[in-house]
Design a protein around this ligand. Structure first.
Ligand SMILES: Cc1cc2nc3c(=O)[nH]c(=O)nc-3n(C[C@H](O)[C@H](O)[C@H](O)COP(=O)(O)OP(=O)(O)OC[C@H]3O[C@@H](n4cnc5c(N)ncnc54)[C@H](O)[C@@H]3O)c2cc1C
Length: 285
């Protein structure tokens, strides 16, 4: 039987981009393969080429650029959780990475694959949104950098063009004194995608008031997003349990506004409020 597609592993980013420029619409990019191989096994991957980017050095960096933490798209969850640099600057991302799938999935699955797949349940996305993440997209025409929230436009849909690759993410590092929390509800602890996930980072002023706070949720909305109404409500307030519960209620209302009323809303409304209350309590109280 002749192969259904050709497997290629370019040695440099330039080689990969030159190939995508010509063959992008007939090519699937492969990183860890934990999402893509499902399509391959189902035989519904209608492409001539698979381009393996998992070993491209340019997609595997962890460094700083203009004060931002730069995290390569081809880093696996295991590499992310093992990095001291990421742990100190973006601990909420490490926490989210540690929740993904199983050891095997974390050893293969990458940050870039998670984002490009654009599942509403992608655990890394809410965690990166609270770091005001930017995405560096590379193509043969040159790089462009956009906010992460502009990349994912609908469930399983991004604005990436067939000739483009996600190269890295830029995250605003947390300063000393910031607190963080990543929470998720899944059917089981391992090997289940999140039913709801939430990430929070915050700093309290010396007067005990909330000086800055970012809150995002995933799974319960069509694409993970910052919950700006709850964020604004909490700013400059002195936190207590009642305030936290009111903010969690604002998040569940925003969920309904974005996702509409569904058969699962009756379950999700108290579940999202409980999860957000837990995350905010961990950070603020
Ligand atoms: C059993 C199991 C459990 C899982 N559990 C979780 C979980 O708990 N949480 C969670 O969020 N996800 C989970 N996943 C989903 C999956 O593991 C993640 O989405 C993972 O991060 C995908 O990364 P990958 O490198 O394997 O992507 P791949 O499968 O290689 O690629 C996924 C998609 O992204 C594209 N792509 C990959 N890299 C790039 C790039 N650099 N630029 C442009 N496009 C690119 C590919 O073309 C493909 O369309 C699970 C999957 C399985 C099978």
């Amino acid at each position: 039987m002749s192969p259904r597609f050709r497997y290629l592993r370019p040695g440099t980013l330039k080689e990969a981009l030159d190939f995508l420029l010509v063959h992008g619409s007939r090519t699937s990019v492969l990183a860890g393969g934990t999402d893509l191989m499902i399509a391959v096994r189902r035989e519904d991957l209608n492409r001539d080429f698979i381009l393996d980017v998992s070993r491209l050095e340019e997609l595997r960096c962890i460094d700083r650029e203009d004060g931002l933490l730069s995290v390569g798209a081809a880093l696996t969850y295991t590499e992310i959780t093992a990095s001291c640099e990421i742990r100190s600057a973006a601990p909420v991302l490490c926490q989210a990475a540690g929740c993904v799938g199983s050891v095997q999935i974390r050893n293969k699955g990458t940050l870039g694959g998670n984002v490009a797949n654009a599942s509403p349940a992608a655990d890394s996305v809410p965690a990166m949104l609270v770091h005001k993440a930017l995405v560096r997209i590379e193509s043969a025409a040159g790089p462009r950098t956009i906010p992460l929230e502009e990349l994912i436009v609908a469930p399983y849909q991004t604005i990436l063009q067939p000739h483009e690759l996600i190269a890295r993410f830029f995250l605003e590092p947390l300063e000393n004194g910031w607190r963080h929390s990543f929470q998720r509800i899944a059917r089981r602890r391992a090997l289940s995608v999140a039913r709801i996930n939430a990430a929070v980072v915050a700093s309290l002023g010396e007067n005990g008031r909330i000086a800055d706070l970012r809150l995002s949720v995933g799974s319960v909305v069509p694409r993970p997003a910052r919950m700006t109404a709850a964020e604004e409500f909490l700013m400059r307030q002195i936190p207590d349990l009642e305030l936290v519960r009111e903010a969690a209620n604002l998040v569940s209302r925003e969920m309904v506004r974005r996702a509409g009323i569904r058969h699962s809303t009756e379950y999700k409304r108290p579940a999202v409020e409980g999860l957000v209350t837990k995350a905010l309590t961990e950070v603020l109280l």
